[in-house]
Design a protein around this ligand. Structure first.
Ligand SMILES: *Cc1c(COP(=O)(O)O)cnc(C)c1O
Length: 482
């Protein structure tokens, strides 16, 4: 098999190129990085982080100058990444006392943060109210009561926004939809009305500063954002009539879709239905026009618009380098990498990450391979063994279904069964997985006694520096008490 566009270096996005048949990240050789820092290795690009920050701030503030972009730190709370974003002028969204702590260490002022979550603890509420957090996004009446109690105890006034349920479906899968009453998030209209009563009864302890919605992740349908805008405009108007003071902000949440794997051609081997989750014509410019503009026009410049993007700020800023440790020369050869779902958790959710051979990035002679991770369970693969098994089982039970194999695979199989790589690929080569910057470092585990991966940042001077050290055997023992 020869010549696949997906292997062309110029198709990989501006910061990924090649020289001497090796993949470069902002000019730095991937293979040399692995030789220096070991494998598996996350490589973040400072240039790319800055580009994304600039891109969203410029586009959104052109439509509405009074816009605050709170990066959702759960998508990547590495200190070096947080500091780059702070330097770019972003604010922060946190989801726990732990993230709040990290954010403070990174230098963000509590007043520019928003605090989300469905089960906030008393201690966490004490910490953020004491520090004067910008807004606590309230998810339930019981939480509101807790906030009021803590604020009274501290003699402080807590600033809150109500998380509303817009009843909008968005997000690439059911588990990623957070904007309907069948999800676990937010308050119904009745609950909100009651919440406002309780807030107005305790003006010393609590002030309603905003309204908040967050409807899912990787939302690729522009109509969903338009529905969200329309809903929020109505809701802000309605609430404003009930409050004796002006609302300070409207918070649209995050969930913005991002293009994965740089180029359409990279999806040559992926079923079209799955491609839809990863390819989108939505970008910050389009969101500015179709989400920010209507809200700004309807509510005026006086109100602050807050957004909480996570994935869209970091997904394309990192790649994961992983070495081939073993192989089997089956009819379809199998390669085993040193990174599995303990290093890249979204694999467990069958998320598709495009793969290149960083050691032979321009080889045109390609072949198809099965790719697997190192962990001791059969779902640790770069193909969807569960889905393939389900299709086989259905057809075995009802042979007539064989005719509909394609449809069954569309619904049930979430990863391509084979990966196209240079035919010369061999043990010891470094494989690169693209667009792994979101929800990756934060979700690593030490399952199977495997050490969490290191991460480096390629900086603007095209040098690299360690931003997360590789775990050691001592780290595996550090939580156990005997
Ligand atoms: C996770 C989360 C975000 C970020 O979502 P992305 O899909 O990563 O943009 C923003 N707001 C809230 C409330 C969240 O839970």
């Amino acid at each position: 098999m020869t010549s696949v566009v997906s292997l062309h270096p110029w198709k990989r996005g501006a910061h990924l190129t090649s020289a001497n048949n090796q993949l470069l990240i902002d000019g730095v050789s991937a293979v040399e990085l692995v030789e220096r820092y070991g494998s598996p290795l996350y490589v973040y690009s400072e240039a790319r982080l800055r580009k994304n920050a600039r891109d969203i701030l410029e586009n959104f503030r052109r439509e509405h100058a009074n816009t605050r972009v709170c990066f959702a730190s759960k998508a990547c709370a590495n200190l070096a990444v947080l500091r780059v974003f702070k330097d770019c002028g972003l604010a922060l969204e946190v989801n726990s006392g732990g993230e709040f702590h990290k954010a403070c260490v990174a230098g963000f002022a509590p007043g520019e943060m928003v605090f989300n979550g469905v089960a906030k603890q008393v201690q966490e509420l004490r910490e953020v109210i004491e520090a004067g957090i910008g807004s606590i996004n309230v998810d339930s009446l019981s939480e509101l009561d807790r906030i009021i109690t803590v604020a009274v105890e501290l003699g402080r006034q807590a600033r809150v926004a109500l998380r509303i349920i817009p009843e909008i479906r968005g997000g690439a899968a059911a588990g990623w939809q957070t904007g309907t009453s069948s999800s676990k998030f937010g308050m119904t209209a009745d609950e909100q009305a009651e919440a406002i009563e309780r807030i107005l009864a305790q003006p010393q302890a609590v002030k309603m500063v905003g309204v908040h919605a967050h409807i899912g992740t990787q939302i690729t349908d522009i109509a969903v954002y338009q529905a969200e805008a329309a809903f929020l405009i109505d809701y802000v108007r309605e609430v404003s009539e009930r409050l004796p003071y002006a609302l300070e902000h409207v918070n649209l949440g995050g969930g913005f879709a991002k293009n994965y794997s740089s180029a359409e051609e990279n999806f040559a081997t992926v079923a079209p239905h799955y491609r839809e989750n990863y390819r989108t014509d939505i970008d910050f410019a389009r969101l500015a026009q179709q989400l920010i503009r209507p809200i700004s026009q309807a509510l005026g410049q006086g109100i602050e618009i807050i957004v909480e993007p996570g994935r869209s700020m970091v997904s394309d800023t990192a790649i994961l380098l992983t070495r081939i440790e073993a192989h089997k020369a089956r009819q379809t050869p199998v390669f085993y990498l040193d990174a599995g779902y303990s290093v890249l958790f979204d694999l467990y959710n069958s998320w598709y990450f495009h793969m290149l051979n960083a050691s032979r990035s321009d080889d045109r002679d390609t072949a198809l391979f099965r790719m697997a991770g190192p962990l001791c369970d059969s779902s640790d693969t770069y193909y969807d063994i569960e889905g393939e098994g389900a299709v086989a089982e259905l057809i075995a039970e009802q042979p007539a279904l064989a005719e509909h194999r394609e449809v069954l695979e569309q619904v049930l199989v979430h990863q391509p069964n084979l990966r196209e790589l240079p035919a010369a690929t061999e043990q010891g080569d470094v494989i690169a997985l693209l667009d792994v910057g979101a929800y990756a470092l934060e979700m690593m585990s030490q399952y199977c006694g495997r050490q969490a991966a290191a991460a480096v940042l390629v900086d603007l001077q095209q040098g690299s520096r360690l931003i997360r050290r590789r775990a050691e055997y001592a780290d595996l023992l550090s939580h156990d008490v005997d």
